[in-house]
Design a protein around this ligand. Structure first.
Ligand code: ZN
Length: 299
């Protein structure tokens, strides 16, 4: 999860120039004609819903607060800078800009800035507001309001902003393996295994407070403890049958290489070390050295 990649040059003199420049232009571009066209579906009189009645004044004002903006990247800016500037998290920023490849941004890139934390959902066949509300655990009314919707019509391909929505694991789980593990910790799933922003996210992210106990997902032998690049403090356990598990971004660990551990034994504590944007456990299951989807082997 390398998310603090600098966009291009960062020499101090360039930074200074860039700062001056971004102050000058303000950088905070409200939706212009181009962006409005791209995201016509969030406009009060969206193209997708030609039969919409006029928007009442109160609703229109409310909608103004939710409006989606764009930001043009300048040299030296990082995703963290931009996220902080608009008061959203990096997850939200990336979710709204799936075209960011490898989480790298370049000067001149136009980023979609969602009005608050959430997910931008592209409507698929069969999606309804209720389906989306269910999927993301958000009120139908909140979704309607955030998108200035006067009716429940959704067009295929339309982008719907889900305020406070997070990707939920229940609709992705693929199960069926018979080599089972237990959940290594408690918390909220903040990122799934799979292709994410153009590259493979090799594990499951479970977010909770720093210090939350992390347990062996299955009995085995500890094969690695220590600092492991972007993973930060890491523990790895081998379980036999070519399975290993990896626990990353730890605050601390309490096992040593060669030690045998039982299923559920506390091995470490959740942290925010390495390339991490908040306290969470990066949990990886590997078979024959290849990461597999942990949800396939969890209860
Ligand atoms: Zn991760």
């Amino acid at each position: 999860m390398i998310r603090q990649i600098l966009a291009a040059m960062s020499a101090p003199f360039v930074l200074a120039a860039v700062l001056a420049f971004s102050v000058l232009i303000g950088g905070l571009n409200l939706v212009g004609p181009a962006a409005a066209q791209k995201f016509s579906t969030v406009q009060p009189a969206g193209l997708a819903a030609p039969a919409e009645p006029p928007v009442p004044k109160a609703a229109a004002e409310k909608h103004q607060k939710q409006i989606i903006r764009t930001h043009t990247v300048v040299a030296g800016e990082t995703l963290s800078d931009i996220a902080a500037r608009y008061g959203v998290d990096i997850e939200t920023l990336l979710a709204a800009n799936p075209n960011i490849s490898g989480e790298t941004i370049y000067p001149g890139d136009e980023l979609v800035i969602l009005p608050q934390k959430g997910v931008l959902h592209t409507v698929d066949i069969g999606d309804t507001l209720w389906h989306l509300a269910n999927l993301y655990g958000v009120d139908v009314e909140r979704i309607r309001e955030a998108n200035g919707k006067q009716n429940d019509f959704l067009a295929i391909g339309e982008k719907v902003f889900i305020p406070g929505g997070r990707v939920r694991y229940s609709h992705v789980a693929a199960r069926g393996a018979n080599f089972r593990f237990i959940w290594p910790t408690q918390g909220e799933i903040s990122s799934l295994f799979g292709q994410r922003w153009g590259r493979l996210h090799t594990g499951l992210d479970i977010a909770n407070d720093i210090g939350t106990p992390v347990r062996a997902a299955r009995a085995g032998r500890v094969i690695f403890t220590g600092w492991k690049g972007g993973y930060g403090y890491t523990v790895m356990i081998e379980h036999g049958a070519e399975y290993t598990t990896l626990y990353g971004h730890l605050a601390d660990y309490v096992v040593t290489p060669g030690q045998y551990v039982q299923t559920g034994q506390v091995i470490a504590y959740m942290g925010n070390t390495g390339y991490s944007t908040g306290p969470h456990l990066h949990f990886e299951v590997r078979r024959g050295g290849q990461p597999i989807n942990p949800l396939a082997v969890l209860p």
